[in-house]
Design a protein around this ligand. Structure first.
Ligand SMILES: CCCCC/C=C\C/C=C\C/C=C\C/C=C\CCCC(=O)SCCNC(=O)CCNC(=O)[C@H](O)C(C)(C)COP(=O)(O)OP(=O)(O)OC[C@H]1O[C@@H](n2cnc3c(N)ncnc32)[C@H](O)[C@@H]1OP(=O)(O)O
Length: 201
C-alpha cells in the first residue's frame, strides 16, 4: 500500500500564472457591480438554500472580474469549541472563487486551492470574502481571495489562491449521480443557469 503523494510546491507550484497568461475579460452579460449572484444549484453546500447545514453564502458581482461574498459561521460549522473548522473555511473560499464563473461566464471547477489561515474565526462571525481573477491561460483561471472578520475592511483571517479549470456541462452529467442529475435537469432554475453558460461565445 502506498501513502499520499504530495502536490508540487515552491517554484514549481502551478498556482502562479504562466508568463503567457492573459488578463481575464469581464463578460458583457456579467452581473453589474453590486448585483447578487444567485445560487447555481439549490443543493450546493456552499450557496444552496436547500442545505440546512450549508454555508448559505451569498455573493455579489464587484467591479472588474471580482466578487464579494458573506457567510455567517454557525455552531454546526465548528472544528474546535466556538471556532470555525478550517476545511469549512476553505469551502467558503472555494465557493467564492466559484462565483467568479459568472463574471467570465465559463463553467469552472476547482483544480487547486491553497489557503493561509491567519486568524481563528469564531462562531457568530460574519466572514466577508472577496475574490478576483488575475489571469487566464487556456482553460485555466488563476485567482486570489481573502476573508475578513467584522466587515469588508476588518482584519484579514484568510488568504487564498486557486486554479480553476473550465469544463463543459458534460463534466456534471457524465460524473454526477443520476438521481441528482435528473432532479437538477428538471429544475428550471438549474437549466437556466446551465444554458447561460452554454451560449458562452
Ligand atoms: C446537470 C447539472 C448541471 C449543474 C451545473 C449548473 C450550472 C453550472 C453553473 C455554474 C457553475 C458555477 C459555479 C460553481 C461554483 C462553486 C462550486 C465550487 C467549485 C467546486 O467545488 S468544483 C468541485 C471540486 N473540483 C473537482 O471536482 C474537479 C475534479 N477534477 C477534475 O474533474 C479534472 O481533474 C479537471 C476537470 C479539473 C481537469 O481535467 P481535464 O481532463 O479536463 O483537463 P487536464 O487534466 O488536461 O487539465 C487541464 C489543464 O489544467 C491543469 N491542471 C489540472 N488540474 C490541475 C491541478 N490540480 N493543479 C495544477 N494544474 C492543473 C493541467 O495541467 C492542464 O494544463 P495545460 O492545459 O497547461 O496542460
Amino acid at each position: 500500500m502506498s501513502g499520499p503523494t504530495a502536490p508540487e510546491t515552491g517554484a514549481k507550484a502551478p498556482l502562479a500564472p504562466p508568463a503567457d497568461a492573459v488578463a481575464p475579460v469581464r463578460h458583457p452579460d456579467a452581473p453589474a457591480p453590486g448585483e447578487p449572484i444567485g445560487s447555481h444549484y439549490e443543493n450546493c453546500f456552499g450557496c444552496g438554500g436547500n442545505q440546512p447545514h450549508g454555508l448559505h453564502l451569498s455573493a455579489r458581482a464587484d467591479e472588474g472580474v471580482a466578487v464579494t461574498a458573506e457567510f455567517t459561521v454557525r455552531p454546526e460549522h465548528q472544528g474546535a469549541p466556538g471556532l470555525a473548522h478550517g476545511g469549512l473555511l476553505a469551502s467558503a473560499l472555494d465557493e467564492t472563487f466559484g462565483a467568479l464563473s459568472w463574471l467570465f461566464r465559463a463553467i469552472t471547477v476547482t483544480g487547486r486551492l491553497e489557503t493561509d489561515y491567519l486568524l481563528p474565526v469564531p462562531v457568530g462571525t460574519v466572514l466577508h470574502l472577496s475574490a478576483r481573477c488575475e489571469a487566464v491561460h487556456g482553460r485555466k483561471y488563476y485567482s486570489v481571495a481573502e476573508g475578513r472578520l467584522d466587515g469588508p475592511d476588518g482584519p484579514v483571517a484568510l488568504r487564498a489562491r486557486a486554479l480553476f479549470i473550465e469544463v463543459k456541462v458534460d463534466h456534471f452529467t457524465a460524473n454526477g449521480r443520476e438521481e441528482e442529475i435528473n432532479a437538477a435537469m428538471s429544475d428550471p432554475d438549474t437549466v437556466k443557469a446551465t444554458r447561460a453558460f452554454e451560449v458562452n461565445p
